[in-house]
Design a binder for this molecule. Structure first.
Ligand code: GLU
Length: 387
């Protein structure tokens, strides 16, 4: 069969594939320690589930507006004002099937064939594939561990060509866990304004910060960058709502309208009663977030101590999200082989860095319980010693 050319240049999501393989092995009774998908192991907080139950009971089971329930869009706009200093009304917000769909829709709305999209490496693996599916050209900006995996404002300036349309900015970062300081964010914003570019800020991990790290939304860095920013986020990581598929995009109303048109022809609205759970997430107590971030902080210490003690691995300490990005270059083995052997031989699932544009590293998610971390890291240590 001849498939469309657009699909031939795109790979399936390796994070989802490895997570599915680990789950299938577990279902077969194999004792797998999974550090694969970035999925909090907590259950969704009760008050959020109760709000979705109540919405079901009240008959919120029908089609709604393609852009999302007005009450949720208002709650998102309020949150963006209060937490992020971004001034939006509900016409500036669309509710999407997770942060992933918000980014995908945006690429379709903004990118034309030949447009270049700047993406720092290591990147979340879906960014370049989404750009390609929209007909654009991903342009990768390399970073090093010595630079804490962050690009500089000068590097960004030098990468801009007449075809550059958009910059994808993800802080805190998946897969490295690095966080740009407010000064670094402002320096990048200045270049984007100077070069008249759009920026999409993927802020899905903004609440998961450690050691006093500060998050500044790039759209709040000044009035000129505000006009060129589209912010993408969602409920999955902060409120342990991965399976609910509720995310959003916020930005200039013309772009939000275009994205809404795309959504009206693809998925229509996000599951109506799930949106009522999301309203409760923003309007209810935020203590659940504190509790979960506190647990991630303890797990981060534990995993970092384990990884740092394994000869041959080096790992910068992350300041946000829930990933460790360990360098394996001293071991002389490609990341895909490393992860396959680790899973098949030692029942530990991790994601090869090659999926994120860095074949000399492996990503370990610590959004899992402490027993799994201790056991899995012991197995990892035995595996590395055996190489
Ligand atoms: N974003 C998460 C991760 O990187 C979930 C999997 C995915 O959507 O790729 O693990």
């Amino acid at each position: 069969m001849k498939l469309a050319a657009r699909i031939e240049q795109v790979s399936p999501s390796l994070t989802l594939a490895i997570a599915a393989k680990a789950k299938a092995m577990k279902a077969d009774g194999i004792d797998v320690c999974s550090f694969s998908a970035g999925e909090p192991d907590f259950d969704t907080p009760d008050h959020i589930k109760a709000a979705a139950h109540a919405a079901l009971d009240q008959g919120k089971t029908r089609y709604g507006p393609a852009a999302g329930e007005p009450k949720l869009r208002e709650a998102i706009a309020r949150k963006l004002q209060d937490d992020n200093g971004l001034c939006y009304g509900m016409d500036n917000v669309i509710v999407t099937n997770g942060g992933k769909q918000s980014l995908f829709n945006l690429m379709l709305a903004l990118i034309e064939p030949g447009d270049e999209v700047l993406i720092p490496v290591p990147y979340w693996l879906s960014y370049p594939e989404m750009v390609k599916l929209a007909g654009g050209k991903p342009v990768l900006l390399p970073t090093t561990v010595e630079d804490s995996f962050k690009i500089t404002a000068d590097q960004l300036r030098q990468a801009v060509t007449p075809s550059t349309k958009l910059f994808i900015f993800n802080s805190p970062s998946n897969p490295t866990g690095m966080v740009y300081t407010p000064d670094e964010v402002r320096a990048i914003a200045d270049v984007l304004v100077e070069k008249n570019l759009w920026v999409v800020a993927d802020e899905i991990y903004e609440k998961i910060l450690y050691d006093g790290a500060k998050h500044l939304s790039i759209g709040a860095a000044g009035p000129e960058i505000y006009e060129r920013t589209i912010t993408s986020s969602g409920f999955a990581k902060t409120y342990a709502m991965t399976g609910w598929r509720v995310g959003f995009l916020a930005g200039p109303s013309q772009i939000i309208q275009a994205v809404t048109t795309i959504q009206s022809h693809s998925t229509s609205n996000v599951c109506t009663f799930a949106q009522y759970g999301a309203i409760a997430a923003y309007e209810g107590s935020q203590d659940c977030v504190k509790t979960m971030v506190g647990a991630f902080a303890e797990r981060r210490e534990a995993m970092y101590n384990h990884l740092s003690s394994i000869p041959g691995l080096t790992c910068p300490k992350p300041y946000g999200a829930f990933y460790m990005f360990a360098n394996i270059s001293k071991l002389g083995i490609p990341s895909l082989d490393f992860c396959n052997d680790l899973l098949d031989g030692h029942q530990v699932a991790a994601v090869p860095g090659v999926a994120f544009g860095a074949d000399d590293a492996v990503r370990f998610s610590y959004a899992t319980d402490m027993d799994t971390i201790n056991k899995g890291m012991e197995r990892l240590s035995a595996f590395v010693r055996s190489l």
